[in-house]
Structures are given as structure tokens and as C-alpha cells.
Design a protein around this ligand. Structure first.
Ligand code: ADP
Length: 405
């Protein structure tokens, strides 16, 4: 007979009576369950206290982009009550705009990107407060991933109004002081040059030597001031270009000639390779020369005595390409993204010994960007680095006219 074909009704009276050991088991189970409840409650309180005490705004959204949690800082920064945010679409409830006040496409919002790509994203943006004011915010969003699938996202953001104001004040200070420093430093240069030129009488060798040293130091001073001034202009969006057609190869040749003496002093070998074809670009000669000077000076600073530097100019499709390669100390992969940041110097065996302010590459990048070009770096620690910039070639008519001259 099939034992499952017949249902057997069990009456409580049929069950064996609970003995003392069963009672102990139930009490133990109850005790554990109560303990668990207590721990969960404590965790909740802790969790809530954490959210409430967080100075940054916090928003949690579910996989559909609906806000499920906000903390008091989020409400304080945005000027909303939590009830006005929870349950609403994130992108509708919290408006984000560009610095010009143009609304950002919901699909481009960091929180949606983090959710769809399943990876953490950070950046700056502007949020619109409940009173309509635009506030600059720094945002970090992390997706919540369960079983390899994003099931929501957590956004932490902070109001950076004060940081931006401080940055602006610093930029203004840099601009003002460098302007004020330039005038006396330029006057010193003029006087030293006149003295060296014999305008105030003959000089003996010793006087000549020390005046020459003073002039070189003053030149370095002026160079730093010029870097600071240009940085202030970049930050204020006021670095303007005076565009003309120029031959990149000629400009590089002149720059190399000017660096020859100091390179020879350090026994650094330099070569310049020019193409047969024209590399005429439309550029600001002074600014582009500054770029080449900065790259040459870095190649020399970060290459030990006796090394090699090669400058290579070519044209590729519609672009002119200039590369400066050195056999120097190189740059570690993890430092690559710091290279073009303002005041960023990378700690290496030579950085303590050579002059530097961390502005050279910051300016290089901005100047090339303004010319609608690009900068590339490749490097191998211990073997050397290559810095390359690419600029669009001048249009054919201008190029031909220059070639025909
Ligand atoms: P700095 O005034 O410090 O030279 P830059 O902005 O020109 O400032 O360069 C930033 C940092 O990049 C330098 O401090 C240096 O560590 C690194 N760097 C730049 N060029 C080279 C190079 N050719 N080889 C190795 N490191 C370099």
C-alpha cells in the first residue's frame, strides 16, 4: 500500500506530551529571537544616527530611479522636506544644470549613469534648490549591486559654494601678486642687462660673472611670475590667443637652439628631426613657444646628466605632431593622471633637486586645448618619457601661400 495515499489526521491529543527539555529548547529559541530583534533595532538606530549626522547630503534610489531615502543634510542643502523627495523620480525631484543654467539630460545624470553602468561615478554639477538658486555640488554615486545586478544607487553630495569662493579668492590673489611682482622684477632685469652691456662702466671678470648669475636668477624669477600670471588667466578664462600661421618645425628649431647651451652644460644630447613636408599650423607663436620650452625644460630637468632628448616633428593626416622624447627617470602609471593638474609635482628622485612649481604641464595642456589640439604622454619608469602634442594643420591655401614665399 502506498503510504502517501492515506492522510492521517493528527490530533493534539495524539502528539506526545512536551517534556521539560522541549520547553528549554523553545525558551532558548525565544531568547535568541529577542536578542536578534534587539540587535536589528540597535542597528537601525545606529544606521539612522549615521545618516542624520552625516554632513553630506545622502540620497538612496531604487533600480527605477525612485528616491527611497534622504538624510537631513540632503534636505537642508536642497531646501526640501524629506516627504517632498521620497517616492519621486530622482531626476525630476532634484534638478541638475550646467554652469550656464541649462538642464542636464536625465540620461546624462551621474546617478543614472552609475545605475546603468554599474560603476561608481563622481564629479561636480549644479543642483537647483527649492527656492530656485543654483548651488555647486560635488557628487559621488555608487551603485548598489546584488547578485551582479545594480538594484539601486547611493549618492553622496556636498555643497561646494565656499570651496569655489575660496578658490576664486586664491586665483585673484595669485593674479594680483604676480602682477605686482612682475614690474620690479622686470626693472631689475633691465638694470642688470644694462650693467652687463657696459652702460655703467667697464666690469672686471668677477663682477661680470656675478652679474650674469644675478641675471639668470632674475630670469627664473620672471619665468615663475609669468607661469603664475598665465595660470591666473587660464583660471579666469582670459588666456587669449593671437593666432597666425607658423611653421611648427621652425618654432621647435628656435626653441632647441636656445636650450642648447644649458643642455650641453649637463652633457645632454639633443636631436631635432624635421619632416620634408610642411607643418604650418595656425597658432599663437608666443604661447606655442611656451609649450615647447616647458616640454624641453621638463625633458632636461627629469633626465640625468649624459642622457638623450629627441624632438620629432611630423604631419599625420590633417595634423602636425611634435614629440619630445627623453631617456629620463620616467613617470609611474599611477602618477599619469596627476601630471596636468595645477601645482601638481610628482615626488621622484629628481623633484627635490630641480626647480619647479607644478604649473608647466597645466599650462601646456590648456594652451594646446585652446588651439583645439591634444596632448599625449607615454612613459616607462627608468627608461624615459615622450610628450606629444597634436595640432590641426593650417588650411591648404594658407599653407601653400607660405610655401610659395
Ligand atoms: P614642474 O614645475 O614640477 O616641472 P610640471 O607641471 O612641468 O611641473 O610637471 C609636473 C610633474 O610631472 C613634475 O613635477 C615631474 O614630476 C613630472 N614630469 C614632467 N615632465 C616629465 C618628464 N619629461 N619626465 C619625468 N617626469 C616628468
Amino acid at each position: 500500500m502506498d503510504p502517501f495515499s492515506k492522510t492521517t489526521e493528527l490530533k493534539s491529543s495524539d502528539q506526545p506530551p512536551l517534556d521539560a527539555s522541549d520547553n528549554r529548547g523553545i525558551t532558548e529559541l525565544q531568547r535568541k529571537s529577542e536578542l536578534l530583534q534587539k540587535i536589528i533595532k540597535q542597528e537601525r538606530v545606529l544606521h539612522q544616527a549615521l545618516l542624520d549626522s552625516l554632513g553630506e547630503g545622502l540620497i538612496v534610489i531604487d533600480r527605477d530611479g525612485i528616491i527611497t531615502t534622504v538624510n537631513p543634510s540632503c534636505c537642508a542643502i536642497l531646501g526640501y522636506d524629506s516627504e517632498e523627495l521620497i517616492g519621486r523620480w530622482f531626476t525630476k525631484a532634484i534638478k541638475s544644470v550646467t554652469p550656464a543654467g541649462v538642464p542636464i539630460d536625465p540620461l546624462q545624470r551621474m546617478v543614472i549613469q552609475a545605475l546603468s553602468l554599474g560603476k561608481a561615478i563622481s564629479g561636480n554639477s549644479f543642483y537647483i534648490r527649492s527656492d530656485g538658486d543654483m548651488i555647486p555640488v560635488s557628487i559621488n554615486v555608487a551603485p548598489v549591486i546584488i547578485n551582479d545586478k545594480p538594484v539601486g544607487a547611493i549618492e553622496i553630495f556636498r555643497d561646494i559654494t565656499q570651496e569655489l569662493a575660496l578658490d576664486k579668492a586664491k586665483d585673484e590673489f595669485v593674479s594680483l601678486t604676480s602682477h605686482q611682482l612682475r614690474t620690479p622684477a622686470t626693472a631689475v632685469k633691465a638694470i642688470l642687462s644694462m650693467m652687463l652691456g657696459g652702460d655703467f662702466g667697464d666690469l672686471n671678470d668677477r663682477q661680470q660673472h656675478y652679474l650674469q648669475k644675478a641675471l639668470e636668477t632674475n630670469d627664473r624669477q620672471l619665468h615663475i611670475i609669468e607661469d603664475l600670471l598665465n595660470t591666473a588667466r587660464v583660471d579666469a578664462g582670459q588666456l587669449s590667443l593671437s593666432i597666425e600661421s607658423l611653421d611648427l618645425a621652425t618654432l621647435a628649431h628656435d626653441a632647441v637652439q636656445e636650450h642648447l647651451a644649458s643642455l650641453r652644460e649637463r652633457n645632454l644630447n639633443i636631436t631635432l628631426e624635421k619632416p620634408v613636408e610642411s607643418t604650418v599650423v595656425k597658432a599663437d607663436p608666443e604661447k606655442l613657444r611656451m609649450v615647447i620650452d616647458n616640454l624641453l625644460s621638463n625633458a632636461s630637468k627629469y633626465t640625468p646628466d649624459g642622457g638623450r632628448i629627441s624632438v620629432h616633428i611630423s604631419s599625420k593626416h590633417a595634423d602636425a605632431v611634435l614629440s619630445i622624447r627623453d631617456t629620463g627617470i620616467g613617470i609611474a602609471q599611477e602618477d599619469m593622471d596627476k601630471l596636468f593638474r595645477k601645482f601638481s609635482r610628482i615626488d621622484n628622485e629628481l623633484s627635490g633637486k630641480v626647480d619647479g612649481n607644478g604649473l608647466g604641464l597645466y599650462l601646456v595642456k590648456h594652451i594646446i586645448d585652446l588651439h583645439e589640439g591634444s596632448v599625449e604622454v607615454s612613459s616607462r619608469p627608468g627608461y624615459g618619457s615622450t610628450f606629444t602634442f597634436i595640432l590641426p594643420l593650417a588650411d591648404d591655401t594658407i599653407r601653400q601661400r607660405l610655401l610659395d614665399r
